[in-house]
Design a protein around this ligand. Structure first.
Ligand code: FES
Length: 364
């Protein structure tokens, strides 16, 4: 939009449009016009797998405000689910790195409890407009044809964790990655069975091509070995010295982290905070606005609030979007992602990743 964008983003226009903001008016004229917000129109929905937790790949045409993404990044997607307020969740982008305003894809598995994932997989159709954040995250590719090294790159993924690795290898292949100059990729993926295997045809074509990409699929239902350091060492003997990206269920991530024994070559991406063992915590949790008090279970405060019958606002449930922020007036909380504890009074905390340590009072 150039000049038009500059004018629309100016303070004078923002003041005129106050209190709703320029984008509220542009959206009324055309949902794909935006000065600062990012929105996208669904242009294609491709069903990858069916079954209990079906998977679909959704192609999005973003507004010109989309700044593009690096392979491996995720985006927050907000949808207006009928009968519910706008709900936001994070999804990793599965297509190769995109330039500003360029189309990209999300590959989404419908979880039984997942309001947004179910809506996108079961009901998204071309024409639907969704709200987006800019791309986020540091779980990204360091290798590119512009900065080639002779590194061996290793991707270990499980279930839906395949998506960032797909984006990275697709980017390498699209941009002219050439296995003949000594670089190679090992792509190790764990799935329940062939019927759950997303991108099966594309993975088979990578495996058949002479491109330096080795694809190893492990299917539980076929009796393939589960992840172990011994099995990995058979495939990649010096794996602790190899740049590795791992993404998948918590159990897989923990085993891989143990196998790498603190190696700085390992990069991780988690879908959810690590599971916190409840039951060992002490003290009481008070939700002051609701006037309820319950024994501290040790779970993150969002879960404890929901168990107490409250319905706090939330988005990603993994400490990224800040939509669950609430004020803690007393007590100590531990960040379940980092283990860091904080006892500051009257502090804003993300309740989805904050577990109380002893008595705690939260303004909910
Ligand atoms: S729900 Fe996103 S940070 Fe808590």
């Amino acid at each position: 939009m150039g000049l038009a964008t500059t004018i629309l983003q100016s303070r004078a226009v923002a003041a005129l449009a106050s209190p709703h903001g320029v984008d509220r008016y542009l959206e009324l004229v055309n949902p794909m016009w935006a000065a600062t917000e990012v929105r996208a129109r669904v242009v294609d929905v491709h069903r990858e797998t069916t079954g209990e937790h079906p998977v679909a790949t959704i192609t999005l045409q973003p507004t010109s405000t989309w700044r593009g993404h690096r392979a491996g990044q995720y985006v927050q997607v907000g949808v207006e689910v009928p009968g519910a307020r706008r709900t936001t969740r994070c999804f990793t982008i599965s297509s190769a790195a995109s330039a500003p305003g360029e189309r990209f894809t999300l590959t989404v598995r419908a979880h039984s409890e997942g309001l947004v994932s179910k809506f996108l997989v079961e009901r998204a159709e071309p024409g639907l407009v969704v709200h987006l954040s800019q791309a986020q995250g540091d779980f990204t590719l360091v290798e590119s044809p512009a900065t080639p090294t002779n590194n061996h790159l290793l991707f270990i993924t499980g279930g839906s964790g395949i998506t960032p690795a797909m984006s990275m290898v697709r980017t390498l292949l699209r941009d002219g990655y050439d296995g003949h100059v000594g670089r190679r990729v090992t792509f190790l993926h764990y799935a329940r069975g062939p019927e759950d295997q997303v991108f099966a045809d594309e993975l088979a074509s990578w495996a058949d091509a002479d491109n330096g990409v080795r694809v190893v699929l492990r299917h539980e239902s076929a009796g393939d070995p589960r992840f172990s350091a011994i099995d990995l060492a058979r495939l990649v003997p010096d794996f602790r010295e190899v740049d590795t990206w791992v993404c998948g269920p918590a159990g897989l991530m923990e085993l891989v982290e143990l196998a790498y024994d603190g190696s700085p070559r390992l990069r991780t991406e988690r879908f959810k905070p690590p599971v916190v063992k409840a039951g060992s915590a002490e003290g009481d949790v008070v939700f002051s606005r609701a006037g309820t008090q319950a024994a501290n279970s040790g779970a993150p405060l969002l879960e404890q609030a929901e168990a107490a019958g409250l319905t706090p606002e939330f988005g990603c449930r993994m400490g990224i979007c800040f939509s669950c922020t609430a004020r803690k007036s007393e007590g100590t909380v531990r960040n379940v992602l980092t283990g860091e504890e904080s006892s500051l009074p009257d502090e804003e905390i993300r309740i989805c990743v904050s577990a109380p340590v002893g008595d705690c009072v939260v303004d909910l």
